[in-house]
Write a protein that binds this ligand. Sequence first.
Ligand code: UD1
Length: 429
Amino acid sequence: MDRIRIRGGAPLNGTIPISGAKNAALPLMIASLLTEETLELGNVPRLADISSLLRILSNFGVDHMIAGRRPGETSETGQTIRLTARSVIDTCAPYELVSTMRASFWVIAPLVARLGEARVSMPGGCAIGTRPVDLLIMALEKLGAEIEIDGGYVVAKAPKGLTGATIEFPKVTVGGTHVALMAATLAKGTTVIKNAAREPEVVDLADCLIKMGAKIRGAGESEIVVEGVERLHGASHDVLPDRIETGTYAMAVAMTGGDVTLENTRPELLAFALDVLKQAGAEITSTDNSIRVRRNGNGIKAVDMTTDPFPGFPTDLQAQFMALMTKASGTSRIRETIFENRFMHVQELARLGAKIRLDGDSAYVEGVPTLKGAPVMATDLRASVSLVIAGLAAEGETTINRVYHLDRGFEALEAKLVRCGAEIERIKG
Ligand code: UD1
């Protein structure tokens, strides 16, 4: 298994190109199942999760073509993928495939909407607490699908098609909103999605569905209205920038010090997190498509933070922010309200010398002047990158084991950091 070795202490200086968002690319790729025509997606990041989903889609009979690299493109500039679900030969997504990535469960929506049936494995356990799919099932039931659980599979049937309805989510769910949105595009009549997730990835999916002929208004607000249409057609769409990757590098710079410009991104995608970083003492200036993060001289101040659905502070940046707070002056309280048990990075950060006390949904982080490098273990995607950030700011050497978690979600991580002066390398094995 590969490891990552970091020699900490160097400030980061330079530019980092931001990739397309994994969490937008996945539902967009799944939306290709809604039409027999070709969906062309640009700015798709090169990540393990993208390859896993391509395998799942291929299993259904979706043809894919990855465009060759054009002049000026590098391994950091994303790829163009064309997906064509002309004839879907199989509507079953087996456990071996779904268990590697929860988001693949979302295929259930376009399959039942377009083909009238789907059999998708329950996603199974996950390292960051129980993550049920009850609300996704509720949404499909509201639209008239008959749902049965059979041998670990969710079987959805709607032989006469889905029918528009009002779907009110009792809590904000990104996956639930994606599922409701995709299914409603082909349902007969009007669907109203209440308490919808307002995440930019939902807006990106809606924008693409609209290009495919869907009638949607209100995406990005908490009530979305979808008028069902008979069929959708092909389209071409670029994946929006990855706000979590953007925020991760911004926190890395705040932690190591230096001056880095994050390119091909959009500040409004993470306004709340950038504001918290400013309060912590980072200097941030933005243009429409870039963010410059600087920290020279002064240290980092402790800031309290609570995760919330968009536009609040994203849970996917919680671990990275905690890494930053380990070296702040003072004690910060970090509250996690989206997922239970999303504090696995705490033990690993403690191995580097961090002082963190857990109490229910909160972590109290008492800043220390220095962290010291140590061997640590990646536990999930966002937790692992928090260890990278901490390692970059720690004295001496940090090795991170189980880095396959990082490969699921961070494109060209080492290359992007090396170009800013970090000492980081991958050890194959
Ligand atoms: C997505 C993101 C993930 C992010 C999360 C929250 C992708 C591929 N993943 O995950 O990176 O951390 O949003 O921003 O986009 N819930 C239920 N029942 C359900 C569904 C969800 O109780 O049927 C709960 C979850 O346990 C959690 C909360 O709702 O407590 C929010 O989860 P949700 O927004 O659905 O997360 P995902 O879509 O899985």
